[in-house]
Ligand binder design. Sequence first.
Ligand code: ZN
Length: 276
Amino acid sequence: MKVYIQTDIEGVAGFCFQENRRDPGIENVRHRYRMYKLLTDEVNAAVRAAFDEGAEVVIVNDNHGSGYNILFEELDERCRIIHGRNGSSGKWLAFLDETFDCMLQIGMHAMGATPNSIIPHSLWEVNDGAFYRSEGTMAAAVAGDLGVPSVMMAGDDKICAEFREKIPGIEQVQTKVALSCYQACSLIPKRSCKLIYEAARRGIARRKEIKPFFVPGPVRLRLWDNATHVPPLSPLGETIERPTITQAEHDYYPANKPSLPWYKGPSTDMDGFMFP
Ligand SMILES: [Zn+2]
């Protein structure tokens, strides 16, 4: 059995501020390192659950910001980790293919403009507003195109609600209740890790009964966001239409490159990369 673990950091218990990668001050560096440790422990809980449930292969994708958030020196040595600049290989969910049995998602955050959610951003408008996707349910849909079910996720109460609505029966851990964009009532990390371990085991055991999340094509896709995480959002690029949601996501950034100033494109140099 092969398990893919997609990760972000905003949804981890104890996290409620976006890090500042431009501030070398010791307080900032200490705080960020502490957040990395919280993420690492939650990911480790999911990795252990996968192996205890019988996985032979576990791939972790460090998918927030710089792609250098998980302290992999501390990860269970049986897994492997994808790290470094996201998307620079040309594929968002690197290594994911139809040979995987299921996906787990740790540290997920709500889509842009969600009221009272921790650092909500990235709102994917699908089919001219027929429905919307967060990064988390977008990843679930890309996995769904490959027939891979998303069986477990963890994050704040708002992203849990979106996943529950779109993927009935998915196992969840609500790591915190978000009180605003930057304040939450969190589980204590030891508790969130314990719950993540248990939910991941349940989800993997139920992988044949939780349906892959499939979005029928053709798909019209557009990304909305802004720099402050507070509405109103603006469209980042033009709507594109492709036969599948995977193809639309894959082509979105290159197609809109001129209007996405922060996008440097696949396989380019390290210009703009902020080391953690
Ligand atoms: Zn993130």
